[in-house]
Design a binder for this molecule. Structure first.
Ligand SMILES: Nc1ncnc2c1ncn2[C@@H]1O[C@H](COP(=O)(O)OP(=O)(O)OP(=O)(O)O)[C@@H](O)[C@H]1O
Length: 303
């Protein structure tokens, strides 16, 4: 589990991370979403002690990162998959990383197998594709058999098969009791396997909740245009259907188009239009982040 409390980081007058408080639960995959410049990388760097917060703190399994006795055994992180010596083979890169954290060399072969790099183990990292470097970086994070995995854009550079493999890996890691905190721009991709989402924009927390809670709020709605809206609202309420009048239309959730149409027909209500809408998770999250200062594309320069 990761606990983030009041985390704040300012660069000059710019507040990059603004009083973030949230929890990342064990046995679940948590997606970390936000537009460019939202503060994701800064937050993740503060989680592993690479950037010092101005205020607030992060606890990993109850302990501040700097106080962990053997950090690599608690938190495995990949914040930049390019961070490896191009002249070293994958196996030697992992051996050196293991030695630095006093992890037995026997783990090297185990993690090479876990990420599917056994056959490329003696190739130099400099010859690797971005996808292979991502796998090697993940192998490095797994060396200490950590409780927590912290990954910044890990699917970057992976092909569709690689992305699926990564998704399955994260899910299996969480199913074994691990905590997975993974940032991504790919909302639809994350929503396929994340249990929870932490959404930030302009450094501020916008949401921290299960994916199902966000999708339920945006469930299918039936929209009816009718001159008899007040009577239709009463009839729907009598049948226990939650309905609202929005911009001169009646909006009903948790039912089907056919059911609403039947209610109107049975009561002789004149229906001018009847549509069914559903918003994707992506739509809802984009709406959430749109108002955050840094999300909107920069306005064109004024001359
Ligand atoms: N070392 C630094 N010095 C000055 N400003 C910084 C520094 N690191 C980050 N920032 C600024 O802090 C804000 C948050 O950046 P950060 O990289 O954390 O965002 P992000 O959500 O990871 O973005 P992206 O998705 O584009 O990687 C940005 O405005 C960025 O320019």
């Amino acid at each position: 589990m990761i606990t983030v409390s009041g985390l704040t980081k300012q660069y000059g007058s710019h507040v990059a991370v603004d009083d973030l408080t949230f929890e990342v639960a064990a046995s679940r995959v948590t997606g970390f979403i936000g537009p460019n410049g939202a503060g994701k990388s800064t937050t993740m760097r503060m989680m592993v002690g690479l950037t010092r917060p101005d205020r607030g703190e992060v606890r990993c399994s109850g302990v501040p990162y700097r106080d962990l006795k053997s950090p690599a055994r608690t938190v495995g992180s990949v914040l930049d998959a390019r961070c490896m010596h191009p002249g070293r083979t994958a196996r030697n890169h992992l051996r050196a990383t293991a030695a630095l954290s006093r992890i037995p060399g026997s783990r090297v072969e185990a993690v090479l197998a876990e990420v599917g790099l056994e056959t490329a183990a003696d190739q130099r990292a400099g010859t690797f594709s971005l996808g292979m470097r991502q796998r090697l970086a993940l192998a490095g994070a797994l060396l200490g058999d950590p409780e927590i995995l912290l990954l910044d854009e890990p699917s970057n550079g992976l092909d569709p098969a690689g992305i699926r493999w990564l998704r399955d890996h994260h899910s299996a890691f969480a199913a074994r009791g691990g905590t997975v905190f993974v940032s991504s721009h790919l909302i639809s991709e994350l929503s396929m396997f994340a249990h929870d989402l932490v959404v930030i924009g302009g450094g501020k927390l916008l949401a921290a909740e299960p994916v199902v809670a966000i999708t339920a709020r945006n469930a299918v709605a039936v929209v009816i245009e009718t001159p008899d809206a007040v009577r239709l609202l009463d009839l729907l309420a009598e049948r226990g259907l939650a309905a609202d009048a929005v911009a001169g239309r009646v909006v009903v959730r948790g039912t089907s188009r056919a059911a609403v149409s039947q209610v109107a027909y049975d009561s002789g209500i004149h229906v001018v239009g009847l549509t069914e809408t559903s918003r994707s998770l992506e739509d809802s999250l984009l709406d959430m982040t749109r108002s955050s200062a840094e999300f909107a594309s920069a306005p064109s320069a004024t001359r």
